[in-house]
Ligand binder design. Sequence first.
Ligand SMILES: Cc1cc2nc3c(=O)[nH]c(=O)nc-3n(C[C@H](O)[C@H](O)[C@H](O)COP(=O)(O)OP(=O)(O)OC[C@H]3O[C@@H](n4cnc5c(N)ncnc54)[C@H](O)[C@@H]3O)c2cc1C
Ligand SMILES: NC(=O)c1ccc[n+]([C@@H]2O[C@H](COP(=O)([O-])OP(=O)(O)OC[C@H]3O[C@@H](n4cnc5c(N)ncnc54)[C@H](O)[C@@H]3O)[C@@H](O)[C@H]2O)c1
Length: 473
Amino acid sequence: MSPRTYDLIVLGSGPAGEKGAAQAAYFGKSVAMVEKEPPPVYGGAAANTGTLPSKTLRETALFLSGFRNRQLEGLEFRWKGDVSIDLLLSRRKAVVGTEQKRILTNMNRHGVDLYEGTASFAGPHTISVRRKGAPETLLRGEVILIATGSAPYRPAAFRIDDPRIVDSDSILNIPDIPRELVVVGGGVIGCEYACMFAIMGSRVSLVETRERVLTFMDEEISDALMKEMGRLGVRFFLGDGVQRVDRRGQVLALNLESGATLTPDLVLISSGRSGNTASLGLERLGVEIDERGRINVDPTFQTSVPYVYAAGDVIKGPGLASTAMEQGRIAMIHAFGLEFQRDLSDLLPSGIYTIPECSMVGPTERDLLAQGIPYVVGKASYEANARGQIIGDTNGFLKLIFHEETMKLLGVHVIGEAATELVHIGLTALHAEAGAELFIRACYNYPTLSETYKYATYDALGRRARKRAGQPS
Ligand SMILES: Cc1cc2nc3c(=O)[nH]c(=O)nc-3n(C[C@H](O)[C@H](O)[C@H](O)COP(=O)(O)OP(=O)(O)OC[C@H]3O[C@@H](n4cnc5c(N)ncnc54)[C@H](O)[C@@H]3O)c2cc1C
Ligand SMILES: NC(=O)c1ccc[n+]([C@@H]2O[C@H](COP(=O)([O-])OP(=O)(O)OC[C@H]3O[C@@H](n4cnc5c(N)ncnc54)[C@H](O)[C@@H]3O)[C@@H](O)[C@H]2O)c1
């Protein structure tokens, strides 16, 4: 029997796959989606193992610990040690289940045919779908979108089978809250989990080969975050690495390059991710990948084979659910020549759900210095903001970076409660190519954290005026 033919076959039901499939189907294309996980496990890492579970766990930990009330008079911040891991994870099931249902409904609404099984290329335009206990299904697609995502990468020292060594997938199945946790890698995953476990009462050590965590962030923000994490009790081993893992009886010993030895009861490996491409048979088609298994694409997400597109974590990029969705859409707009948004915005925000949250969009001071762009910074603290006082977050701040001559907004950097929401005011201003004038003119609700935009702008104008007058800023 000849394979069923579709305009588009999407491999993977994560954010890149879902939005790519919906985009093409909305414009009348026939679409098949292949997902290796059995229903209802749609949504990839974003719904099942990454974004939603970790953010739900964070919210539950904040709630149960009373952390948000830590500076409210008469209330005490204390982790109630009798909380079981089941209680901690119970909300996750509800949130994840709702998201899985939403995705299934969305695909059904768009008339996307769903196939369960592992996809691979059986030949040009032909996808094989294999599932245990079922005959192989062959599908033919005029266009193929690879959206198979990524998986945690394990450095050589940690390629041992030990339930005490987990990654961001297996950490969701641990039996207890660890007494002592070592996090290996100070990227987004490492910092987010380090904060969560610290407020749940674990003694947390973070080992990072570089000299700072979250190196893509503005240094003032990452310094402030490290200070906050230090307040939570996180110990940093920076410019360090794990040389050897020893298992002596019940004791797990990590020998660091610095000479220190850590004896945790849980180790979280958060040292980056690799693209899920190994079993796709890409070599048969000549689709190029890099050393981490990620597919090389052009700005329209086309691979080295013209009818094959790739989006999301399976390509090199920010590795965010938010960008994966946009990439999936743009890829399909290009593949089918749809009359719609043409390219991916270069204004991609990052939201880091540490405790406290951090968020950014646009260049850092370091980027601007490297490019020789004259700029002026303006800051507003949560401490000097009525809402900041009310909620008891007095360490947060908003930092705006303006072009020194035009006072156009260039970059937005925030640390503190609601930072991942607050950044969107700046994001919208950046899209509108607005600057200081907008924030001066705007009237914000009082008391709100949003007001920090006005005061950070006043601060920038003041600094600029002082600089121009030859006074210290
Ligand atoms: C702990 C953690 C926290 C995160 N937090 C955030 C956050 O707060 N905000 C944010 O924006 N991003 C976050 N991310 C990143 C985000 O989850 C990913 O960027 C996003 O899921 C990538 O989407 P994707 O569609 O490319 O791939 P995925 O979501 O990984 O989906 C890929 C899908 O393809 C399927 N698949 C793989 N191989 C095959 C095959 N051969 N055949 C068929 N199906 C296959 C998989 O089963 C999966 O369902 C987080 C990630 C992690 C790990
Ligand atoms: N809030 C969010 O948006 C969010 C949350 C979690 C994850 N994510 C995404 O998930 C992806 C993966 O995150 P990640 O944190 O695993 O990777 P990452 O690449 O962001 O960070 C890995 C860190 O580990 C360090 N490292 C690497 N090998 C090491 C070793 N052997 N010892 C010590 N340190 C080592 C690196 O220097 C780096 O700082 C990222 O793309 C991220 O954007 C996003």
